[in-house]
Each structure stands twice: as structure tokens, then as C-alpha cells.
Design a protein around this ligand. Sequence first.
Ligand SMILES: NC(=O)c1ccc[n+]([C@@H]2O[C@H](COP(=O)([O-])OP(=O)(O)OC[C@H]3O[C@@H](n4cnc5c(N)ncnc54)[C@H](OP(=O)(O)O)[C@@H]3O)[C@@H](O)[C@H]2O)c1
Length: 313
Amino acid sequence: MKAIILKEAGGPENFQVVEIPTPEPKAGEVLIKVKAFSINPVDMKTRKGLALYNTLKQDEPVILGWDVAGEVVALGEGVENFELEDCVFGMVNFPGHGKAYAEYVAAPANHLADQPDLITDEAAAASTLAALSAWQVLLQQAKVQPGERVLIHAAAGGVGHFAVQIAKYIGAFVIGTGSSSNYDFIKELGADETIDYTDEPFEDQVKEVDVVFDTVGGDNPLRSLQTLKSGGRIVAIAGGLTDEVKKLAAEKNITAISYLVQSNADDMEQIAELLEAGTIKPHVSKVYSFNQIAEAHQQIETSKTRGKIVVVV
Ligand SMILES: NC(=O)c1ccc[n+]([C@@H]2O[C@H](COP(=O)([O-])OP(=O)(O)OC[C@H]3O[C@@H](n4cnc5c(N)ncnc54)[C@H](OP(=O)(O)O)[C@@H]3O)[C@@H](O)[C@H]2O)c1
């Protein structure tokens, strides 16, 4: 099969399309003929030698990617919840070696869900790591309740655009940050208020929120503490929380959590139901071919991607 390997950590020029043996599904795994996979900032960070690079390097060749949609073409021993020709999607083996940039992927059956009939392969591939992150943070970490005020940073991005839709599904009052070029997009996702973070500091524009979902990192979590009520929660997914943030949060009676998304079939099934019902819709801003992987990485590196970008195989 064809796979995109990363020869060594560095720029997108280090990708190479090669022929390697098709993987055999182990017990509990299915073999997926990949139709599409999506690209995330963690792919780009890992490509540069950061994030999960050292984990992946232990099992060469390094093949990036975790988000797949495709068809089941072989079943490992003991797999009972899928059959041959099923269309499935999921975030596989995160934070391990997903190996999704390939024509075939061997994936644990308990990381996958059935792909809803009504959505395309591109849409399914897009609704994986980013959608799961939003789901797990809002429901399981922040435990957002109906009527709560939720501030979602980078609301136009891969995670943020799912987070706005999922927070509205929960029944929250949603405030999203983005640049003015994304104002209409964030409103169309369902946000009640949109804040242009390039105009003036967001912490001067919003107060008294119950929950902050930080997908930006840097000094954003620290600044976000100014927007939270006593008793509020902040969940940060882009780079952890400093001791300063943890200390100030404790002084202000704010729960501060740093979170890493986990592969999980039950959560994927919840995402599938929301997609099926049309409650959430992925926005795929660009589709690339297998040979355009370098261009896809250049795009994700801009930090300006609207919604998701996807590669079709
Ligand atoms: N820990 C975890 O489990 C986990 C899971 C998923 C993602 N992440 C991390 O979370 C971060 C976001 O991921 P993503 O997939 O959503 O990224 P993304 O799709 O690349 O985000 C791009 C969006 O970010 C917006 N943006 C950039 N700077 C901003 C700022 N200062 N304030 C508000 N919006 C800003 C841009 O909107 P404008 O053009 O309007 O500025 C753009 O639409 C990444 O660092 C990623 O690695 C972590």
C-alpha cells in the first residue's frame, strides 16, 4: 500500500510517499481501506519533532495522522461490532501511533463508530479528533450545564467550530472569539456573541462566564481567568497550564484543567448521532489529494484554518 512517511523531524518536505506492506489487523482491530483523513495542529507539531514525535519514533516508519474515515476490509480476531464493508470513522490510537496517512489503517474496533449514512467521507474524517476534543472537554471535563455562559476561544477553528455547536446543543449561552473575518461564520455556527480578539483584549469585552474552553494557549488561559466567575471552570488543551495560572485560579475559586483528548468509541457514537441528526455539521474548508500533504501541512501551520482540512485517498 501507499503511505506517507516522515523521514525525519522537520518541514513538510520531509514527507515521502512510499510503498510499504499493508498492515494486518491484530486481535480487536479492523483493517480500514481509508477514504479520507483529516489534519490537525498536533500532526504539524509532531512533524516538527514536538508533541508525540518521540512516541512515534519508537515504531518506525513514522506515519502521522489519527483521523480516518473508510471501509472495513478485514476483521481481527474477536471483533464483533463491525462487519466487512461497514463504513467507519474515528480518531485511532491517540495519543499513540495512529498511522492514518496511508491507504490502509489497522485500528482498534473500540476507537471507531459507524459512519452516518448521510455524511460524506470528507465530513466523517473531519468529525474525529476535533469533534471528540470538544465533546470530551465540554461534557466530561467542564461538565457544562444548560444556561451556563461558555467562552470558546478560536471558535472558527477545528475544535472551536465543533465546540460552539456542541455547547449550543447542551443549551449553553455561547461566546466565541475570532477575528472579524470569521464573525459571520461563528454566528452561523450558533454562537450568541462573537468577540473580535484582534480589536481589543477579549478579557475587556467579556465577564462573568461559567466556563472557558481555551484552544489557543500562551497567555490566553491566564488572561481568561479575568473573564470567569468564582466557581467557574477553565479547560485548556493547547499547551498545559502554568503554575501562575493554577495558583491564581485557586485563589479565585476557579477549577483549572489541562486536558488531552482520548480515543473512545462511545464518544464517537455520540458524535455520530449528532451528525446523523444534523445537530452538528463539520465545516471542511479545503480538500487535498494524497500527494498534496505538504500543502495541507502548510495550511494547518498558518493557525488561520477555518473549520477542518481533509485529505482524500
Ligand atoms: N489537548 C488536546 O487534546 C487537543 C485536542 C485538539 C487540539 N488541541 C490543540 O488546540 C489548538 C487548536 O486546535 P484546532 O484544531 O482548533 O486549530 P486550528 O483549526 O488550526 O485553529 C485555527 C483557528 O484559530 C483561530 N485563532 C488563531 N489564533 C487565535 C486567537 N489568538 N484567538 C482566537 N482565535 C484564534 C483562527 O481564527 P481567526 O482566523 O479568526 O483568528 C482559526 O480559525 C492547537 O494547538 C491544537 O494542537 C489540543
